[in-house]
Write a new protein. Structure first.
Length: 294
């Protein structure tokens, strides 16, 4: 199987590249300089030459707070650009796998969100990604949208690396305790994306929207406590740290986050036989890798 990958330098994309060979898959992942989502012609030239069986689109404007003052770029990349990718795939008769986000929901539901729940994004980023879902599906009926949340990996910027950095020279961390969700390891998301692409190629069925989440659901505070404990285990910190729970109002951000980011993910598991390990397993690997690279 030959996959075209956009966003190959990002958290999820890097893991798709790293996993591909072990899943008998060849990947072509151009940089954003060579194939920019804001350039329709670049996308078309790349797909037309690529002889891909599917395109996985992990490229996005992911600076959630910056997007509040940069709506134009967020839309051009997350919405319009996603549509260009899907329309080119449709012309080439290949599926598009598009990664999306828990931010499409307002977070007011008391239970985990299902794929059939009505989105109601509360931020520029969330609206741009929802529009990207719509444009992807409208342009290419052979599309799968995979919504994920709270992504972490050894690459890029994420909560695990932020906690590791802050914990190195602080003895007190204040972390929000009234937002819950599922931390998702980029490696297990990448595994799911490749398996989905393969299944689409083999069965030509299963198009639609799916949620992916590792288990169990936790608050950011609970997640931080577990990270700090693993940092101790790996000798990345040697002092005591108090992780203090705070409310969202005590940590204001430009973009509103959903209080409930929990994504019910049984459908993806059943439909594509996707493995959804506990996030602690991947967290241990990520923290171990951070320790080795110190
Ligand atoms: N991070 C999260 O917690 C989270 C949560 C939910 C959903 N998601 C979704 O998951 C997907 C991947 O997220 P991630 O965390 O892996 O992203 P990331 O680490 O921020 O990487 C973003 C990727 O997009 C590329 N990109 C940005 N602008 C581009 C453009 N104009 N043209 C082409 N490529 C461009 C970047 O390339 P350069 O490095 O060259 O800029 C990079 O490879 C996205 O769809 C995101 O919305 C993420």
């Amino acid at each position: 199987m030959r996959i075209g990958l956009l966003g190959g330098s990002g958290q999820i994309g890097s893991e798709v590249v790293a996993l591909a060979a072990s899943l008998r898959c060849e990947v072509d992942a151009p940089s954003s300089r060579d194939v920019n989502l804001m350039d329709r012609q670049q996308i078309a030239d790349w797909v037309n030459k690529g002889e891909f069986n599917a395109v996985i689109n992990c490229a996005a404007y992911t600076a959630v707070d910056m997007a509040e003052n940069d709506e134009e770029h967020a839309n051009l990349i997350n919405a319009v650009g996603a549509g260009y990718v899907a329309e080119t795939c449709q012309l080439a008769s290949i599926p598009t796998v598009f990664t999306s986000t828990d931010y499409v929901f307002d977070g007011t539901k008391p239970e985990p969100y299902n794929e059939t729940d009505e989105p109601n994004p509360q931020s520029v980023y969330g609206r741009s990604k929802l529009e990207g879902e719509h444009l992807t599906q409208a342009a290419n009926p052979q599309s799968v949208v995979v919504r994920v949340s709270w992504v972490f990996s050894t690459h890029g910027t994420n909560f695990v690396k932020t906690i590791a950095r802050l914990a190195a020279d602080r003895d007190n961390l204040r972390v929000v305790d009234d937002q819950i969700g599922s931390p998702c390891g980029a490696r297990s998301i990448a595994d799911a994306l490749i398996r989905i692409a393969r299944e689409l190629l083999e069965t030509k069925t299963g198009y639609g929207v799916y949620h992916f989440a590792n288990s169990p659901f936790v608050s950011w505070h609970e997640f931080a406590v577990r990270i700090v404990s693993m940092l101790h285990d790996q000798a990345l910190i040697d002092h005591e740290i108090v992780v203090q729970p705070i409310a969202t109002e005590q940590y204001p951000t430009p973009a509103r986050r959903p209080a409930n980011s929990c994504l019910a993910a049984d459908l993806i598991e059943r439909r594509f036989s996707i493995n959804r390990p506990e996030w602690e397993i991947e967290l241990a690997t990520v923290v171990h890798t951070l320790a080795l690279s110190r």
